[in-house]
Design a protein around this ligand. Structure first.
Ligand code: SF4
Length: 352
């Protein structure tokens, strides 16, 4: 049973503080959520960690959030992208009744504010005309999370979310409407969906509908409560060996560096062989963001490839340049050392 609490917020902020480094997955400088709590309650969701009560038990509906957001947007640079990606789904069932997300998108549309929305909720297709309008005037990207093509595994991990094939149909409808779409294969769950067969099946499905990019990230287990929830889920999926998780996680929140490095290299090779982008391609955000943000993303995406292919020195260099440029500190003499320099020159309007 889920309870809805309608409330008027006394004040903001609605947005997170501006990020000190640009988010390479979601292209964002700011993050926000709309509802608090998520009725879908997927067992792997980070939202459980930050919720004192069960994540799917109570949903707070902030009735005046769009008005507060409109005021706050007057302080945001239109070259910074806002991502609605944090800890609850903007198109969970509550949206059918309250339409807070639709009002937020209207606020973004009026302000010509670039945004990215991560959702599993099929209701987003009702807002396609609004998203088209936003994408024509600024930028609107939609992403969904897909974890596995195996129906039985999906039912155990995310029983209350729309089925995988329905989420793919949702992306296909958005794509046909000209809206850029991406997939978050998040989380990669060791022993469950990190195999060649599992990732290949998911990539094929994405390729068939022309998804623009597919990112991945690893299962986060930041505390003991979440570890117990994950363990309970895993025993229902596979006859897994708890020792395997102890070996790769130890007492850390993320899999160890060796597991992630090996997996990143393997997955990127597979993505490249199937011509799937592992980060949002430049064509999606070219001339749509602040030039410093655009250049910082190119540098970060290059750093990711460097890292996956073992070019550690270049990875560190590209990351450092990304953060400097994002902060407005542009040093052409240093940027010249990057193979991206010709593109960076154009983006940042640098002269020879
Ligand atoms: S739909 Fe998204 S936000 Fe909601 S519980 Fe699942 S993973 Fe978390």
């Amino acid at each position: 049973m889920t309870y809805y609490f309608r409330e008027n917020l006394l004040s903001g902020p609605i947005l997170s503080p501006r990020r000190p480094t640009i988010n390479e997955f979601f292209l964002s400088s700011y993050t926000m959520s709309i509802y608090v709590g998520c009725e879908m309650g997927c067992s792997y969701c980070d939202g459980w960690v930050y919720s004192p009560r069960p994540l799917n038990e109570t949903i707070h509906v902030p009735l005046n959030l769009p008005q507060l957001l409109a005021e706050e947007l007057t302080t945001v640079n239109r070259g910074d992208l806002i991502a609605i990606t944090a800890l609850s789904d903007p198109y969970q069932p509550a949206e059918q009744t309250y339409r807070i997300t639709r009002q937020v998108l209207q606020v973004f549309a009026d302000a010509e504010q670039p945004c990215l929305i991560l959702t599993k909720g099929l209701g987003i297709v009702d807002d396609i005309p609004l998203l088209q309008h936003m994408n024509e005037r600024s930028l609107a990207i939609v992403m969904t999370t897909l974890v596995t093509m195996d129906r039985q595994v999906a039912e155990r991990l995310e029983a209350k979310s729309p089925a995988t094939h329905l989420r793919l149909e949702m992306l296909a409808a958005l794509k046909r409407a000209g809206i850029p779409v991406g997939v978050a294969m998040v989380p990669i769950i060791p022993y469950v969906n990190d195999t060649i067969t599992a990732t290949r099946a998911l990539l094929r499905a994405c390729a068939e509908i022309g998804v623009d990019f597919v990112i991945w990230d690893y299962l986060n287990i930041p505390d003991e409560r979440h570890r117990m929830r994950i363990n309970e889920t895993l025993v229902r999926i596979v006859s897994y060996l708890p020792g395997y998780y102890r070996d790769i996680y130890g007492n850390e929140a993320l899999p160890n560096t060796q597991y992630r490095a090996e997996r990143d290299a393997e997955l990127l090779t597979r993505w490249d062989s199937m011509n799937i982008e592992a980060r949002a391609p430049h064509r999606l955000f070219a001339n749509r963001l602040n030039p410093c943000n655009e250049a910082a993303l190119l540098l970060k995406h290059m750093a990711f490839r460097d890292m996956a292919y073992g070019r550690m020195h270049m990875a560190a260099f590209h990351r450092q340049m990304a953060d400097q440029v994002y902060g407005g500190n542009i040093q052409p003499a240093l940027l010249e050392r990057s193979p991206l320099y010709a593109t960076l020159q154009q983006v940042l309007h640098l002269t020879n």
